[in-house]
Design a protein around this ligand. Structure first.
Ligand SMILES: Cc1cc2nc3c(=O)[nH]c(=O)nc-3n(C[C@H](O)[C@H](O)[C@H](O)COP(=O)(O)OP(=O)(O)OC[C@H]3O[C@@H](n4cnc5c(N)ncnc54)[C@H](O)[C@@H]3O)c2cc1C
Length: 406
């Protein structure tokens, strides 16, 4: 057993991608005593992937019980990172589920059947607790939910990885992953950005974790896996409070008075966060889970430059938040990688068990990062994952795995 443990300690894992998933996986691997090289194509930090930005919603309130249960693993790991670092990473402002009766019933059922806390608020109690949600008749509140301070989480993860001896190499792009006859894996690297001078190079590791976000499809197809991944451009929008002639800023969009929310009905899926990013102005960010297809390597495409914005969203703002100007005041770009069922893919290569991957986070992967990192760290080092991952398997898409050439 001691020899087996020693063997575990000696594994060298290459992690591709320095977003939340790559960093969380590196953290978990290093805590288990493995050696880690993290490879990132852009200079770190950067805003070209999916993880950057000030805030992300975190919650148990999922329609799918499996993801709610995954959060049981993620919440304590985020808290652990907070206490290890002494950094505040989480604001516990709760999350209001709003919208159709069917949606609210679904959320309550998942929370109740998993013994997760919830509160039902309607009418007077909703209006007095959250004045800006007074227009809604019913709400299921997830009181454990709130906001992860995303950029600070990434910075804290990078520090933790460095503290534990992980090696982060940025401006290095992985161009190919080649399983070797001896069971190791060779990665072909090319310098990019400021390190363009660094010519072609390679790195050999015992196993590889692919956490490449919107670029995952390219790397996986080189390994014979064609997964149904669809990178899209999304726009986060911030809305300004109408001010009648110097009227006082009320502060009631602050996290103390305004929770994060997800509104869902038959037609719309909208989420919102309290005022945080621009403290000098009262704003709420509201955006939709949709956008135009994009190639993540073509940064300056028209779709990327122009905010993606539907008239339905302005109607939503006019109807439910009449004190906001129904045109966004600030817009910010980001990428989602969607799967057909909006669930993540976490799996291993069918022929090369030491190549494992996460992709297709479909706009809800940040909060799950530490849980995914823990499971990938187990899989990459030859342990069975400590949770059944069938709901995130690549094989659930019948036509998803078209070939495993290697
Ligand atoms: C506007 C917006 C709002 C969101 N809101 C929420 C929310 O409220 N709650 C929530 O939980 N989630 C949310 N998400 C989703 C969440 O942020 C993402 O699911 C998550 O960040 C994905 O992380 P990742 O590490 O998989 O990908 P990324 O952060 O994109 O990281 C992948 C990294 O891999 C690098 N890379 C790719 N290919 C290579 C290569 N060949 N060589 C070297 N490096 C490579 C990339 O440069 C990149 O840095 C939101 C996303 C956006 C865009």
């Amino acid at each position: 057993a001691a020899a087996a443990q020693q063997q575990q300690r000696q594994q060298h894992v290459a992690v591709v991608g320095c977003g939340v998933n790559g960093l969380c996986t590196a953290w978990q691997l290093l805590e288990r005593g493995h050696r880690v090289t993290l490879l990132e194509q852009f200079p770190v930090p950067h805003s070209r992937g999916s993880s950057h930005g000030h805030s992300r919603i975190t919650r148990y309130a999922y329609k799918e019980a499996e993801y709610a249960r995954l959060m049981r693993r993620a919440f304590p790991l985020w808290s652990r990172l907070e206490s290890l670092s002494g950094q505040r990473l989480f604001i516990n402002c709760g999350m209001a589920s709003l919208g159709s009766g069917a949606y609210l019933r679904n959320i309550s059922e998942v929370l109740e059947s998993n013994s997760m806390p919830l509160e039902r608020l309607s009418g007077q109690s909703l209006a007095s607790r959250f004045p800006r949600l007074a227009g809604f008749r019913d709400c299921v509140l997830d009181p454990s939910a709130g906001i992860l301070l995303a950029d600070r989480c990434l910075q804290t993860l990078r520090s933790r990885v460095a503290q534990l001896g992980g090696r982060l190499r940025d401006c290095v792009r992985v161009t190919a992953i080649e399983p070797q006859p001896d069971g190791s894996v060779r990665l072909r690297l090319s310098g990019s950005g400021t390190a363009a001078a660094a010519s072609a190079e390679e790195l050999t590791a015992d196993s590889v974790v692919l956490a490449a976000g919107a670029w995952a499809g390219q790397l996986l197809s080189g390994l014979g896996l064609d997964l149904p991944l669809r990178p899209i451009g999304v726009t986060a929008m911030y809305w300004r409070l109408r001010r009648a002639d110097g009227a006082a800023v009320t502060g009631d969009f602050r996290p103390e008075k305004f929770p994060t929310f997800v509104y869902e009905d038959e037609k719309l899926h909208v989420y919102g966060l309290p005022e945080l990013e621009y403290p000098d102005m009262v704003k709420a960010s509201i955006c939709m889970h949709d956008g135009p297809d994009l190639d993540p390597d073509i940064r300056e495409s028209r779709e990327q430059r122009e905010p993606y914005y539907l008239p339905e969203l302005a109607d939503f703002v006019k109807r439910w938040f009449p004190d906001l100007v129904p045109e966004p005041a600030v817009t910010e770009k980001c990428i989602y990688t969607l799967t057909p069922d909006s669930g993540l893919i976490v799996d291993r290569h069918p022929s090369h068990r030491n190549i494992v991957f996460v992709c297709g986070c479909s706009g809800h992967g940040f909060k799950l990062g530490p849980a995914i990192g823990q499971l990938l760290s187990e899989m990459a080092t030859g342990q069975p994952p400590s949770q059944d991952l069938a709901f995130m398997s690549a094989g659930r898409f019948k036509h998803g795995v078209t070939s495993a050439k290697l």
